[in-house]
Every structure is written in structure tokens, then in C-alpha cells.
Design a protein around this ligand. Structure first.
Ligand code: NAP
Ligand code: SF4
Length: 672
């Protein structure tokens, strides 16, 4: 029986055939810039071995000025070609195919030498670009063609020309960024000329039997974006110019609409790609928030596209396709679209990895090799740190017993999944449960562990997590109006119509979203689009509603407080913090920093702000004031002179998140 028959069907491109309909979308890894080409090759080879139909590399700069940042990797020298050869050889040895993405960032390039059709600074970069003159434009086009020819020389099966997401080609297409009055600006024909010339020249540089993907911005999601007619016109011209495949890009990086974050409903933008079906005769790929083979299968069977691009899911599990085709989707480590270890790392200059799979981009140094000396290992705590430690230790051949005082696996992940827009956490908890169930791990839930129970184990891993910090505000215990985030997120207490959230960290924001949202819009695509002001691009240029965001009214009135005077939410995820801040603004949450907490009375919370005492009237006050390590078992073991490994929140509570917990658990278990 063929599982997911549409997804697993080969795609005949005439001169070559892709083994299935999955495209591993382009992602920046950061490995190339470190010059560790064995690691680059190992990363892509693992995905080829796991069955990806066609891999697209991270964006490679066609020249220095077009790199996403100074020093960004490209194919400039013969040594570069030799380095890339390592990658293509390894991928081919695994039966895969790989295309190199050519990315000229234009005004998004994070450097003073950036160039653009017009000298208009982007809102997400401090650098004003230099306007290209006619010779400069000719050079940019020639550099794309040279990069394509070099990619062929390096053994790639194709190239992807990055024409979306607001990068250089996109910047030529719309008046938002192209104010030229020469033959490269003005009419749409003129603005489109750069894209067409790039495709034509690349095609003539590589010959006919070479995959040429053009990634088109199907919906810009910015003011003065392309109309749908323009997008279709461009697609047809791109086909004529020699593209083999049309890939979908959704939204510019500067768009104030989330496009890939976890709160975006699954497959939210496939209807846009569907509109393109039939307009061109080359295969069309769809993209964004497709992270499960069933979703991909439905997208294809409903005729939304010929092929499905998934990027981050291949970080989370290199064997995504192999597991899907074997009918074992439950074994796929799910990408929860958190961005925490991938895009947040990329945009902080760190190596990309994955919250769910710490081996991603670390394939050459983090290995779960079978042990030659199996040990009996006790893991106490079945949150993300303990679960991962237990799984890796078991995979390596150790005899693992996993304890938790709760009745269920998952620890704090079970709270995260209750937050509107974080429904993907259900899948992560399920994956942990499935993985544990199919392992040899002995599970002892509902068990309060005492030191003597750990006698006889060769190694003890404590992942006992955290306890909420008590802010000790006068009056806190006296009126029955104070609850903790645990009470709220575990559904043990409900909040009244007016709530105050004390503490504006990740959990304070989560709780404020929980309290203001009656039904998660992530579960209703139409509502979610209305909430963010997304419309049909056929109706509105760029797919943005002239009415703007139309959020549902808040379920209750919420005030969110912190003592620091900085902007609340400033320390949230680099690529997702703005979404949380915007969501709370849409729910009219009053956010205040620079306050101190004086006392709690039946009327609410008394604070001092700017030396003024004031009452925030509230029925419920929710404490989200951070966490402390739960170390009572660790301390008891230490007193008894017994050694143990302490990981996760029990080790360091500050800035704890599932990424650090899982990474620490995996690395410890890999070393035992
Ligand atoms: P947190 O981010 O450290 O925030 C704790 C909050 O409590 C801060 O706003 C802090 O602000 C306040 N606070 C600290 N001590 C206090 C005291 N004694 N009295 C009153 N207020 C106090 O911790 P968290 O919100 O519990 O989150 C825990 C971890 O999970 C964090 O690392 C967080 O990033 C992560 N997380 C991430 C996400 C995400 O979306 N990525 C979601 C949830 C959780 P002031 O000191 O200024 O008052
Ligand atoms: Fe997906 Fe998060 Fe992993 Fe990135 S870090 S690949 S978003 S699970």
C-alpha cells in the first residue's frame, strides 16, 4: 500500500524525475559561513537519505553586495566550487537531488554596501541602499547568471532564483521599493524586466537540462504590493524565460502579518498557490506551515499545487519522507513552528538548529552512538529535558527508568499547548508519548521519587523542573483573588472579567493571550485571516485588507505589568516577539513597565508608577513572576553523598525554555 499517494508520486520534469513531491525549502544554516563543509554536506546528506524529493540550499550570494550580511557564503572562487562539490556528491550518493538558491538580498542586505532599485531604506534594516545605475543593474543580472553556471559546475541539479520575500528581485517588482523612471521602473512591464532578465540569463548560462526554480511572491502582504494579475503575468513570463518550476513565496520580511509562526494555521496560504494552478504549465509548489504528511497530502489531492515545500520540518526530522512513506507519521519529530532554534538563531548570527532535534546542523558532533557499556539510568522528571534524555539514552542501549510525580508525560509542555496559537505543542507531547511507548524505557508516573529509590542505578539524571517564583506582594494570600499561571493554564481556576497579569515574560504574554482569547483563531483560517487583515489578493493589492486587522473583541480586560521600565515583551523571541506584542495590542491589553507592586486588596492591585500610587481594579490577579529551580531531590541526594546530573530548569531556571531543556537532555544522554 502506498501511503500518501499524491505526496509520494514521482514528478517527471522531462529531463529528470524527482522521486516524490516534497521540496526541502531553503533555510540558512550558518554552517557555510563557518567554513565547515563536512558539516554542511552531512546536514544535507541526512535529508537526502531521509527521502526529500528535492533539496534547496540556503541562499547563496551572487556577489558581495547582495549577501544577506557581510561574509555571507556564495560561489565566488574555485575553492567555493570544491566546497559545494562535497555537498552535491554526498547528496547524490544518498540518492537525492539538490538545487542551490541564489539570493540577492538587495536592501535587506545587512551591510553598508547594499544596493536596490531605489534608495529606500527598509524598516527592518539600519542601512540605506545605494540606487543601482544601468551598469549596476547589468552587473547584478550577470552575477546571477555566473552563480547559476558555477552551481552547475559544483554539481548541483538546479538553482532556485529567490524572487520573493522582499529581496532584490521583489524590490524591483513593486512601487513600494521601485521609484525608478528608466526602463527598469514605472510600468509593470519595466518593473518586471529585472526578474525576467535574471531568469533568461540564468537559463542560457546553464543550458536546458538543469532545474531552474523561480520563487515568486504570490502575496506580498505589504502596502502597494503586486496585484494578482501582475503576479500571474510575471509567472507566465518567468515560464517563457525558462523556469522549470514555480515555487511560492508568502509575504515580505517586513510584512506585519505572521506567515510561518506557530500561530499561523496549517497550510494557511495554499489557496493562493491554488489560484496559480492552470495559469502556467510548469509545476507549481506551495509552501508555509505544512508540517505533517497528511496536511501535505490533502494540499496536493485538493489540487492546490503539484509539489509541497517544507523547510523547518526537515530540520526537526531528516527522515520525514521515509517515515511518511513507511506509514509511520506518528514517528516524525514535529516542527512546532516556534522559530526558537532556527530563525531566531539565524537572525542572531548563531548556528541554526532545531528545538525538537538538537542534532540539526550538528550532525558531525552530536551523535547518539550505541553504547558499549550499557548502564541502568534513572531519569526523574518527564518534561522536555527528562524525556529527551531518556529517549537518547534508550536509543543508545542504556536501560532507562523514567519517573514523574504527575500522571502524564510532558511537564510544562502540557501548559504551553493550552495557549491559543500554540496548538502545535499537542503534537510535540504526542510525539514524545509515542516515542516513549515504542522504546524500552520503563515509565513510572504518579511517583514521588525519594533518594533511596535511586539506589542501584548507575546514573541518575534529575530533570525535576521549576516552581513558580513567589513575588510576596502584601495581601497576596488574603482575598482569594490571586492565582498562579499554573492554576490558569491547567484550568484549575478561571479568571474574572478584569484581570491583572504580574510579570511580562514569555509566560505572562502567554497567559494574557489565553485570558483575552475565547477561541483560538489558529483553529479557524477565515477568522485568523480577518484578525490579521489578510484578504484574497484578487480583491486587494498585496492581499492586505483596506480595513486592516479585524480582531475578535477581547474575552476580558487585561493589564500586563512588569517592574523593568523597558518595553514589555522586548526579550521575547527575535522573530516572533512582535507577533505576541501585536496580538495583545489587538486585544487591547494594557501593557505597563516601570511599576512596583504595593499591595493586593479585594478591589485589585495597588501599584506605584512614576512615584504615583494607583489602583488597577481587578477581579483576578495572575502571578507570572518567573521560576525557581526545583532542586529538593538534588539537594537531598547531595546531602546523602550521591552523585547525579541535573538538567533543564532544575539546573538553571532563568531563561529556561524547551529548546535549552531538550538540547541539554540530548547532550547529556549522548555522553553517558
Ligand atoms: P521570565 O521570562 O523570566 O519572566 C518573568 C517575569 O516576572 C518578568 O517579566 C519579570 O519582570 C517578573 N519578575 C521576576 N521576578 C519578580 C518578582 N520577584 N516580583 C515580581 N515580578 C518579577 O519567565 P517566565 O515568563 O516564567 O518564562 C520562563 C521561560 O520560558 C522564559 O525563558 C521564557 O522566555 C520562556 N517562555 C518562552 C515563551 C516563548 O514564546 N518563546 C513562552 C513562554 C515561556 P520584572 O523583573 O521586570 O518585573
Ligand atoms: Fe521547527 Fe522550532 Fe525546530 Fe525551527 S526550532 S525547525 S520552528 S521546531
Amino acid at each position: 500500500m502506498t501511503h500518501y499517494p499524491h505526496l509520494m508520486a514521482p514528478l517527471d520534469l522531462g529531463f529528470t524525475t524527482l522521486r516524490n513531491r516534497t521540496l526541502m525549502g531553503s533555510m540558512h544554516t550558518g554552517l557555510e559561513e563557518r567554513g565547515d563543509w563536512d558539516a554542511v554536506a552531512a546536514f544535507y546528506a541526512a535529508r537526502a537519505k531521509g527521502g526529500a524529493g528535492l533539496i534547496v540550499t540556503g541562499g547563496m550570494a551572487p556577489n558581495v553586495e547582495g549577501g544577506v550580511y557581510p561574509g555571507a557564503a556564495g560561489l565566488f572562487t574555485d575553492q567555493d566550487i570544491a566546497n559545494h562539490r562535497k555537498v552535491t556528491d554526498r547528496v547524490h550518493a544518498e540518492g537525492g537531488k539538490i538545487a542551490m538558491q541564489i539570493l540577492n538580498a538587495g536592501r535587506y542586505a545587512y551591510g553598508p554596501n547594499c544596493i536596490a532599485p531605489s534608495a529606500i531604506k527598509s524598516p527592518i534594516s539600519p542601512f540605506k541602499p545605494t540606487e543601482l545605475d544601468a551598469a549596476g543593474i547589468e552587473k547584478q543580472i550577470a552575477d546571477y547568471a555566473t552563480a547559476a553556471a558555477r552551481a552547475k559546475e559544483a554539481g548541483y541539479d538546479g538553482v532556485e532564483i529567490m524572487g520573493s520575500e522582499g529581496y532584490l528581485i521583489n524590490q524591483f517588482l513593486v512601487t513600494h521599493t521601485n521609484r525608478r523612471d528608466d526602463s527598469w521602473g514605472g510600468s509593470y512591464e519595466n518593473r518586471m524586466r529585472f526578474a525576467i532578465e535574471v531568469v533568461k540569463r540564468c537559463r542560457s548560462a546553464v543550458g536546458s537540462d538543469f532545474i531552474l526554480i523561480y520563487r515568486i511572491s504570490m502575496i506580498d502582504l505589504i502596502p502597494n504590493g503586486s496585484t494578482w494579475d501582475e503576479v500571474v503575468q510575471l509567472a507566465k513570463e518567468v515560464e517563457k524565460a525558462g523556469a522549470t518550476i514555480l515555487n511560492t513565496g508568502i509575504g515580505w520580511h517586513e510584512a506585519r502579518v505572521p506567515t510561518i509562526a506557530t500561530s499561523v494555521p496549517r497550510a494557511a496560504f495554499t489557496d493562493v498557490t491554488k489560484r496559480m494552478m492552470g495559469e502556467v504549465s510548469i509545476p507549481v509548489i506551495t509552501s508555509n506551515r505544512i508540517n505533517h504528511p497528511q496536511v501535505a497530502e490533502e494540499v496536493l489531492s485538493e489540487g492546490c499545487a503539484d509539489m509541497v515545500s517544507m523547510a523547518r520540518p526537515f530540520l526537526a526530522d531528516p527522515d520525514f519522507v521515509a517515515k511518511a512513506s513507511a506509514g509511520k507519521p506518528q514517528e516524525i519529530a514535529p516542527c512546532i513552528a516556534c522559530n526558537q532554534a532556527c530563525l531566531d538563531h539565524t537572525f542572531s548570527g548563531k548556528l541554526t538548529s532545531c528545538l525538537v532535534n538538537p542534532r540539526a546542523c550538528h550532525e558531525t558532533e552530536l551523535n547518539y552512538t550505541p553504547t558499549e557499556t550499557p548502564k541502568s539510568i534513572a531519569v526523574v522528571g518527564a518534561g522536555p529535558a527528562g524525556l529527551m534524555a531518556a529517549l537518547v539514552a534508550d536509543q543508545r542501549g542504556h536501560k532507562v527508568t523514567l519517573f514523574d510525580k504527575s500522571e502524564e508525560l510532558g511537564g510544562q509542555l502540557n501548559m504551553a499547548k493550552q495557549v491559543p496559537g500554540k496548538e502545535e505543542f499537542f503534537g510535540l507531547v504526542d510525539w514524545f508519548k509515542t516515542s516513549i511507548a515504542s522504546s524500552d524505557i520503563t515509565v513510572r508516573l504518579d511517583t514521588e521519587v525519594t533518594p533511596d529509590m535511586l539506589d542501584g542505578f548507575d546514573e541518575v539524571i534529575l530533570a525535576t523542573g521549576v516552581t513558580p517564583r513567589d513575588p510576596e506582594i502584601p495581601g497576596q494570600e488574603d482575598h482569594g483573588n490571586v492565582v498562579t499561571y499554573i492554576d490558569v493554564l491547567r484550568g484549575m481556576r478561571t479568571a474574572g472579567p478584569r484581570a491583572v497579569v504580574i510579570g511580562a515574560g514569555g509566560i505572562g504574554f502567554d497567559v494574557a493571550e489565553y485570558l483575552t482569547t475565547a477561541i483560538s483563531p489558529t483553529l479557524n483560517l477565515t477568522e485568523w485571516k480577518e484578525e490579521w487583515g489578510i484578504t484574497d489578493p484578487v480583491q486587494d493589492r498585496g492581499g492586505l485588507s483596506p480595513k486592516g486587522p479585524q480582531p475578535e473583541p477581547p474575552a476580558r480586560q487585561v493589564t500586563l505589568l512588569q517592574r523593568k521600565s523597558e518595553k514589555p515583551g522586548k526579550r521575547l523571541g527575535k522573530t516572533t516577539g512582535w507577533i505576541h506584542r501585536a496580538t495583545l495590542q489587538m486585544k487591547a491589553v494594557k501593557m505597563m513597565g516601570g511599576v512596583s507592586y504595593d499591595r493586593i486588596t479585594p478591589e485589585g492591585l495597588w501599584i506605584t508608577k512614576d512615584n504615583e500610587l494607583q489602583l488597577i481594579e481587578a477581579d483576578t490577579i495572575v502571578l507570572c513572576t518567573g521560576q525557581l529551580s526545583e532542586r529538593s531531590l538534588a539537594d537531598a541526594l547531595e546531602t546523602a553523598g550521591k552523585s547525579c546530573h541535573v538538567i533543564g530548569g532544575a539546573d538553571v531556571a532563568a531563561e529556561l525554555d524547551a529548546k535549552r531543556a531538550i538540547d541539554q537532555g540530548a547532550r547529556l544522554a549522548a555522553s553517558l
